[in-house]
Design a protein. Structure first.
Length: 494
């Protein structure tokens, strides 16, 4: 059999024709078998006399002579060339796909970074122009520019998040969050489109819920925003309702967020498909069609929380998207509950968070905040730098622009700003290296450093904060957020 497979007439001839790398593995396997009395099992390449290279599977054991030393090998040799070449082709294809996937993720991340900066400029200049518009018609046109810019930004974020979820790179940043404020923010964001369609948009919070919860506010807001926007898009008349309640006992209970609409509903055979990426069921919608990623992202994010997202629907009666999440209060012994009666959050007079919630900073132009203070803005994108400068100046700051690291170092030598807001991707240096150099300048004493980056990759924020930045923002951010972070005493802008 060995002769018909390899063309060799004896074991010595066979050993000489085994590929030298595989021969070393065979020798090691033989030595291990002799030392530990284990059977031989090894796959080797064999160079046949006719020039072919075949793969052989050798299995057997050593037979000891009368003296006790192993001098014979008894076993089988199988030609596994066809199977082995198939395995190698499959491994090569998997490696190629892995490289392609890594390249795709890199390209998407780079594209997101490059798109975020001009989109930030578009949205920011629209904000400035809207504030200066003299007629309602012009302001409406500018608001449409801003709205579509934010829509493009959201599509880009969805693509980035889908790529991160497929690569298992999404990390939750859990922190105490004011529940009513978060709900009010998503309601306000969806309320613009709902008002255009004359839809009622309500948010009802269950009785006795704590005012604060521990969650990832960005991701929870993203899920709820997707669900509300989707409901508004496919509802022509009636209402959209978001309800919040919790079930179970113990410190970590299941919270149920339910979004209900009065739209056309979804047939049973299509309910699972709505959670697939880039799939849109045949429902009539108004407004931008989108890419069909919102529900797919929302379900995957829910699973990252350890929860679930499901759909219940009756054609002609609307949809109910039910989000179940494990959520706990920061400290139930110290955190007073909300009022004992259900509290709606949809009226114009009911938009402020309770006193027990430490809300995020809100817009202000208080003179005391920025009196005699300056900001060094390090940004190489000229249009974005000029726009951000104008926004910060509306809060009373003196703002100087540095387009690269060298100019930033010169400005820090000649001037003592109270804060530095800087991009991390500069033409002549890395933002983290520039941070170390700026902090060594005498004028950097008591100066706050704020990273303002076009990258939203997981870990970038933590890397920047560990390196010494006092705050980290992803473009685009509202000017009031940058102002609050730039305050040298860390004051909350109230």
């Amino acid at each position: 059999m060995t002769t018909s497979i390899t063309g060799c007439t004896n074991g010595d001839d066979l050993f000489e024709r085994i590929d030298w790398e595989d021969a070393m593995r065979l020798l090691l396997a033989l030595y291990a078998g002799e030392r530990h009395a284990t059977p031989l099992k090894v796959q080797v390449r064999c160079h046949c006399p006719d020039g072919r290279v075949i793969w052989c599977d050798i299995r057997g054991g050593q037979i000891a002579a009368a003296s006790g030393s192993a001098d014979r090998l008894c076993g089988t040799l199988w030609d596994i060339t066809e199977n082995k070449l198939g395995e190698l082709r499959l491994a090569a294809e998997n490696q190629r796909l892995s490289r392609a996937s890594s390249l795709r993720d890199e390209v998407i991340a780079r594209l997101g970074h490059e798109m975020r900066t001009p989109l930030n400029a578009i949205i920011g200049y629209a904000d400035l122009a809207s504030a200066q518009a003299r007629t309602g018609a012009l302001r409406a046109d500018i608001d449409r520019i801003r709205s579509n810019g934010r829509f493009m930004l959201r599509l880009m974020e969805d693509v980035l998040d889908l790529s991160r979820l497929e690569a298992d790179k999404i990390e939750l940043a859990l922190q105490p969050v004011c529940l009513l404020q978060l709900l009010d923010e998503v309601r306000a964001a969806a309320g613009i489109a709902a008002a255009r369609k004359h839809l009622a948009l309500r948010v009802d919070v269950g009785a006795g819920l704590p005012a604060a919860i521990v969650t990832d506010p960005l991701r929870l807001r993203q899920i709820l925003q997707n669900l509300l926007d989707n409901a508004v898009k496919f509802t022509e008349r009636g209402e959209v309702l978001l309800t919040v309640d919790r079930v179970g006992n113990g410190p970590e209970r299941t919270w149920v967020f339910e979004v209900r609409d009065t739209g056309p509903g979804i047939p049973a055979e299509l309910r699972d498909r709505v959670f697939e990426p880039f799939v849109q069921v045949n429902r009539r919608a108004t407004g931008p069609a989108g890419l069909g990623m919102g529900l797919a992202l929302s379900r995957r994010l829910a699973r990252c929380f350890g929860g679930s997202l499901r759909l219940e629907s009756t054609p002609g009666e609307g949809c109910r998207f039910i989000l179940d999440l494990p959520v706990r209060p920061p400290d139930e012994s110290l955190d007073p509950p909300l009022p004992t009666s259900p509290r709606p959050v949809d009226s114009a007079t009911d938009r402020t968070a309770p006193a027990t919630c430490k809300a995020l900073p809100t817009r202000t132009k208080t003179a005391d905040l920025s009196a005699a203070k300056g900001i060094l803005l390090v940004e190489d994108h000229q249009a974005l730098a000029k726009m951000t400068k104008r926004q910060l100046q509306t809060y009373g700051y003196e703002v100087r622009i540095a387009s690269d690291g060298a100019q930033a170092l010169r400005e820090m030598t000649d001037w003592r700003p109270t804060a530095v807001i800087m991009d991390l991707s500069l033409p002549d240096t890395c933002g983290l290296a520039l941070l170390r150099s700026l902090k060594n300048r005498p004028n950097a004493h008591c100066c706050r450093f704020v990273a303002y980056s076009g990258s939203s990759e997981p870990g970038d924020r933590q890397t920047a904060l560990v390196a010494g930045f006092d705050a980290y923002f992803v473009k685009p951010a509202d000017a009031w957020q940058l102002v609050a972070a730039a305050d040298p005493k860390g004051l909350v802008v109230a």
